[in-house]
Design a protein around this ligand. Structure first.
Ligand code: CNA
Length: 286
């Protein structure tokens, strides 16, 4: 089994067994909080990984600072870098990873409560997870609107234009068109707050949930604060290449920490649970 160097094989195996046991017991539902790290093996770079992350490779776009590519004020004056990046990241060029399929397998077994994703790649949808379970906390490429008058703009036309290096503009007012991705300086979708409020109340009252944080540096708020909000009765799990956020600053004795590659973790857990056949079936469908 492939492992990253800072992970202890014994620790990881033990922790995977613990998670497998919780799943086999079947009395707890899972809430996932995920980020770009669950899609890197699909070929989509994350933001902050040294050398391979998008921020490291954005120099060619000549941005004043890396985050500017997702800043609404910067975009209004200079949309070109974002459109170039959109071309690279546009859905349809990537397939879900083992981790995405693991979440779908959990949905099929009625073990999934929700997946809150910061990703804009729509791979959760592509893996077949039902819309009711998905919260795209930072939006996605699923719809587009004019930044001035709010008119919607068809996906196909948006895609066609950016792939021809033409800036998509509104048919009504000529304003710039942007996918419904939440930029720095914009409010998060209402669904994020509504679902989290409801889920949080249930987590607090019932206590029989497992919160799995995976593939995120937990550096974007308010998403980053979610693991710290859940009650002590909630089993927290972190699967990531590094310890992050509340797992680092306010660790809990019961936290299960797996410092490993996301897909290695997913493949191992699927094997441990004897879900390999269903996994193969699912992979063939996509
Ligand atoms: P980030 O800040 O780049 O952090 C990624 C985290 O994942 C880091 O802690 C990495 O160590 C870890 N990681 C990367 N690859 C792996 C792996 N194979 N196995 C285990 N751990 C891994 O990204 P965040 O998601 O935390 O930041 C939030 C931003 C990223 C959101 O606003 C997204 O829109 C944005 N983003 C999304 C995508 C996408 O949709 N796929 C890609 C790049 C950025």
């Amino acid at each position: 089994m492939r492992r990253v160097t800072h992970s202890s094989p014994e620790m990881s195996d033990l922790n995977i067994n613990k998670i497998a046991e919780i799943i086999r017991n079947g009395d707890k539902k899972f809430i996932f909080l995920v980020g770009a790290g669950i899609s890197t093996s699909a070929g989509i770079p994350d933001f902050r990984s040294p050398k391979t992350g998008l921020y490291h490779n954005l120099q060619k776009l000549k941005l004043p600072y890396a985050e500017a590519v997702f800043d609404i004020d910067y975009f209004s004056n200079n949309p070109k870098p974002f459109y170039i990046l959109s071309k690279e990241l546009y859905p349809g060029q990537f397939l879900p990873t083992s981790f995405h399929l693991l979440v779908k397998l959990m949905e099929q077994r009625k073990l999934l409560k929700r997946i809150y994703t910061q990703n804009i790649d729509t791979l959760e949808r592509l893996s077949g997870i039902h819309d009711d379970y998905i919260v795209e906390a930072h939006g996605s490429f699923n719809a587009n609107h004019c930044i001035d008058c709010g008119s919607s703009f068809e996906n196909e036309s948006f895609k066609e234009l950016i792939f021809k290096d033409i800036h998509p503009t509104c048919e009504k007012c000529d304003g710039l068109v942007k996918p419904d991705i939440t930029f720095f300086g914009e409010a998060l979708p209402a669904k994020f707050f509504d679902k989290w409020d409801a889920d949080f109340t249930e987590i607090d009252e019932k206590g029989d949930f497992v919160l799995v944080t995976a593939g995120t540096s937990l550096s974007v708020y308010p998403f980053a604060s979610l693991p710290g909000e859940v009650s002590k009765r909630t089993q927290r799990v972190l699967v990531n290449k590094e310890i992050v956020g509340d797992y680092k600053t306010s660790p809990r004795k019961t936290d299960i920490i797996i410092l490993d590659d996301i897909d290695t973790f997913a493949d191992e857990l699927i094997r441990e649970l004897n879900w390999s056949k269903d996994f193969e079936k699912l992979s063939l469908k996509i």
